[in-house]
Design a protein around this ligand. Sequence first.
Ligand code: ZN
Length: 344
Amino acid sequence: MRATVMYGAGDVRVETVPDARIIEPTDALVTVTRACICGSDLWPYNAMRPREIGNRMGHEFIGLVEAVGREVRTVKRGDLVVAPFAWSDGTCEFCQHGLQTSCLHGGWWGGTELDGGQGEAVRVPQADGTLVALPVGADHALMPSLLTLTDVMGTGHHAALAARVSPGKTVAVVGDGAVGLCGVIAARRLGADRIIMLGRHPDRIALARDFGATDIVSARGETAIEGVRDLTGGLGAHSVLECVGHGEAMLTAVSIARPGGAVGRVGVPQEAAIPNAGPIFYANITIAGGPAPVRAYIEELLPDILDGRIQPGRVFDHVTNLDGVPDGYRAMNERTSIKVMIEF
Ligand SMILES: [Zn+2]
C-alpha cells in the first residue's frame, strides 16, 4: 500500500510501505476514505532532523472497516468509521473519566511502529474503544464536517471547556487556524455572549464571523492585548482559547484573560515555561487544557453535525489526493491553505 512518510523538515514523501494488517485480536483493519493534514503536522515539517527511517504521518481519518480481530465487538466489516487522533481502550480508569488521551493502553498514530492516517489503510489498535461507526455513507455531503471530529472540532470544543465557556461570557480566541475557527464554533455552541477572534487573514476572519465571532482584533503582541482590553472595558475576557502553541500566543492569551478567568490551551506548547507566571497568579487565572480527548466528544458533537447546526467542515479550503499530500503540507505551511482534505 502507499502512505505518507516524513524523513525530515520539508521532506514529506508518498511511498510504498508494508500493507496494514491485523496483528492483535483487538485490532481492526480500516481502508481510509478521507484524511487530512493537521497544523500540528507542521511542527515536525519545520523542525524534524533528517532521518534514515521516516515517520508515518496522519492522525485524522475516516474509513471503511475491512476486517476485525476476533475480540472486536462494536464495529464490523463494512462499517464507515471515524477515528480520533489518539487510540484508546475505552475501559481503563482514564477512559472511563473521558480522558482517552491518557489511556493506559492507548497511543498515537504514525511514527515508526504504527500506520498513519495519511495512507491507504490503517491497523487500528483497540478498535472497540477507538472507532465510532457513522450512520452515513462514505460519500455523504457532510463528510468534511464529520472528518473534523477526528481532531479540530473536538479540540476546539476541548479548548472551550478548559476555558470554562458558558452562557453570557466573553470569549477570546487566539489563533485563526482550523482549531481556532472550530473554537469559535464551540464557544458559540456553549452559549458565549461575545466572541473576539484574534486573526489577520481576511478569509479566516470572514469564516470566523460566519461561525459566530462578534469582534475581530487584527493585531499581534501588545497591540492585540490592548485591542482586547479596549473591547472589554479594560477587564479582559472571561475565557481565552489558546489554539497556537508558541510563546507569543500563550503570552497574548494569559494577558487578555480577566482576573478569575481561564485560559484553555490546546496548541502544542513549543516552549518549556508558561509566561507571566507572577501576574497570572495574582489575577487568579486558571490555565487548563492539553491534548483533547476527542473520542469523548464524538457522540456529543455528531448530532449537531448531522443536523447541520454546526458546519466545521468549512475549514477545509483545499482538497487533494494522496499524491498531492506533499503539496498540501507546503500550502498549509505557507498559510495559503487553512486545512487540506485528502480524498482516496
Ligand atoms: Zn483507556
